[in-house]
Structure formats: structure tokens, C-alpha cells
Design a binder for this molecule. Structure first.
Ligand code: ZN
Length: 138
């Protein structure tokens, strides 16, 4: 793994939290993006070289809705940048980690993503993400 790509925080109300985190960081979010397949609306902040992702549920079946119901607002996942998502998934499965079903798929912020089951990582939901490269012209 290359570095922490971002930290994801589950929030009840993205608009209210955007205003709060803008005050905290002294900078507004730089994008809002909905990932319909995951039932989430996200916003991203830059803090120096780091990124923070806020996540709001867009429907009751969203994994974020379930997380908020169980645990309330707070840190939801830590995302690590990887250069080769499939290769890293294979390596981690070989080490006994469990990849959540349905991944990899396209996530927010131009990333291909997969998640590890938090039961195998001391309760921490780990996201792996690889930047999707824009197709190069020959
Ligand atoms: Zn994330």
C-alpha cells in the first residue's frame, strides 16, 4: 500500500457537516459527488496533503444508513491508495483477509475501490483505492 488516501466520516446531514468542517479546516470542500450504487453522497476536503471524505446516506439501505443507525456519526473507514487493486486484493486474500462482496467497483473521486471486512481488521473498515487513469491516446 502506498499511503493513506483519505479518511471517511459518516454524517447525518452533509450540508450541515460541510459548513462545520469548512470552519474546522478553514477551507471549503472541493467536490460533492453521489455514488448511487452505494447509496451515498460524499464531499471531499483537502487538508494539506491529506483528504477527508464526508459520507451521507441517500436511502435507508445504504451501508452508511446502517452504520449511522448502529454507531452514530464518526469515522467510518480509512482508505489506502494502491497501485494495483486486483493484485493487492489477491495478496490480502492470501493473507486471510476477507474482501466485502460486490467489490471492486467504481467509487467516488475517480477511484476503483474495494473494502476489507472489518471483522478481520480489528473493527476498522479498510478501503483500498486505485486512481482510474483516463484512457491514454495512442
Ligand atoms: Zn472512501
Amino acid at each position: 500500500m502506498d499511503k493513506i488516501e483519505h479518511i471517511g466520516i459518516a454524517v447525518n446531514d452533509l450540508t450541515a457537516s460541510n459548513a462545520l468542517f469548512e470552519k474546522l479546516f478553514g477551507e471549503p470542500h472541493y467536490k460533492i459527488e453521489e455514488v448511487a450504487s452505494e447509496g451515498v453522497r460524499t464531499s471531499f476536503f483537502r487538508v494539506g496533503p491529506n483528504k477527508i471524505e464526508l459520507l451521507e446516506a441517500t436511502n435507508d439501505n445504504s451501508p452508511i444508513a446502517k452504520f449511522l443507525e448502529k454507531k452514530g456519526e464518526g469515522i467510518h473507514h480509512i482508505a489506502f491508495a494502491v497501485a494495483n487493486l486486483e493484485g493487492e486484493m489477491k495478496r490480502l486474500e492470501g493473507e486471510g483477509f476477507v474482501i466485502l462482496p460486490g467489490f471492486p467497483k467504481n467509487g467516488a473521486d475517480n477511484k476503483r475501490v474495494a473494502f476489507l471486512h472489518p471483522k478481520g481488521t480489528n473493527g476498522v473498515l479498510v478501503e483500498l483505492c486505485q486512481e482510474i487513469r483516463v484512457a491514454e491516446t495512442a
